[in-house]
Design a protein around this ligand. Structure first.
Ligand code: K1U
Ligand code: ZN
Length: 166
């Protein structure tokens, strides 16, 4: 297993669109294992392949307190979302140390494949729902700061750019 480098906003590679996975082989298994290790080490509750510069529809999530309930979603699709929305204070491993409220559908039903290619459906609410939606945004090149006001986004971008300098 290996730790992967997490891209930091405003890296343009965070805005790439992920491709559908259609080969479920050892390479995919290895990428998923490395993504999981990177998420646990960060530490985070989720990680999208986009964040490690792999532009494929792959997400790893673990919202458990015990950090031993890894969920892998390959080619995820939201097939139902509640009309009721909820605001949640979100963070992002690609935008370290910034947190802000984002409004999203409260509950969702997702259809996805596991690492072997088997399809499954799951209903999610609370942190799990927020996390799946946040990670699925990464797969379409969207970072959570894009939900914030242009002023807040500009401030975050400036602060992140200053950090890049030696
Ligand atoms: O996509 C990411 O960068 C991961 C992100 C997921 C997320 C968290 C909270 C709301 C929405 C999406 C994170 O994991 S940020 C780190 C974090 O929130 C956390 C880290 C360790 C334990 C608990 C939370
Ligand atoms: Zn994120």
């Amino acid at each position: 297993m290996a730790l992967l480098e997490i891209l930091c906003y405003p890296d343009p590679r965070l805005h790439k669109i992920a491709k559908t996975v259609d080969v479920f082989d050892e390479r995919l298994d290895e990428l998923v294992k490395n993504m999981a290790q990177t998420m646990y080490e960060a530490p985070g509750v989720g990680l999208a392949a986009t964040q490690v510069d792999a532009h494929e529809k792959i997400i790893v999530i673990d919202t458990s307190d015990t950090r031993d309930e890894l969920l892998v979603l390959v080619n995820p699709k939201v097939i139902w979302q509640s009309e009721e929305n909820k605001s949640w204070r979100e963070g992002c491993l690609s935008v370290p140390d910034f947190f802000d409220e984002v409004v999203r559908p409260d509950k969702i039903v997702v259809k996805a494949q596991n690492v072997k290619g088997d399809f499954f459906e799951m209903e999610a609410e609370g942190l799990m729902s927020v996390c799946i939606q946040h990670e699925m945004d990464h797969l379409i090149g969207k970072v959570f700061v894009e939900y914030l006001s242009p002023l807040k986004r500009a401030r975050i971008k400036n602060k992140m750019k200053k950090r890049e300098r030696p």
